[in-house]
Design a protein around this ligand. Structure first.
Ligand SMILES: [Zn+2]
Length: 135
């Protein structure tokens, strides 16, 4: 089990606000061009349609952050096996998975995971992840 934080609750809250009209599409469909490009070129196809526009255009893009990652710090994962390779080479880093719609530019943080050798074996707890989720 990897430590991870799921942002499904925050996502639902945003979508509820959108339905109620307290936020507009302009507020939530504001994906940065770089994120759209990453989604188009290296994103993974999401198994569901866009919650805002209903198009089959949602992609997952992963970014990795870690002091020790060096040149890879802040980069998006761009080829199959890259995450595993980084995981084998570093003790700890964080992966953020963002969902982005290539059609309407909806985007939201989907989940946060801790990776690396320190988290490779089972027995890790999800404590640090939960703390972040409560912020
Ligand atoms: Zn959309």
């Amino acid at each position: 089990m990897r430590r991870h934080t799921d942002y499904a609750l925050a996502r639902r809250a945003v979508l509820r606000d959108l339905q109620r009209g307290s936020v507009t599409r302009l507020d939530v469909c504001d994906a940065h061009p770089e994120l759209l490009r990453a989604g188009r070129n290296v994103g993974d196809v999401a198994p569901y349609d866009c919650p805002v526009c209903g198009q089959d255009a949602v992609r997952f893009v992963s970014y990795v952050y870690g002091e020790k990652l060096g040149a890879a710090n802040g980069r998006c994962i761009s080829y199959a096996g890259e995450l595993e390779k980084l995981g084998a080479a570093h003790d700890e880093f964080t992966r953020y998975v963002v969902e982005v719609c290539l059609d309407c530019r909806w985007n939201h943080l989907s989940r946060r995971e801790l990776h690396g050798r320190r988290h490779a074996e089972s027995g890790a707890t999800a404590d640090s992840g939960r703390r972040v989720a409560r912020r």
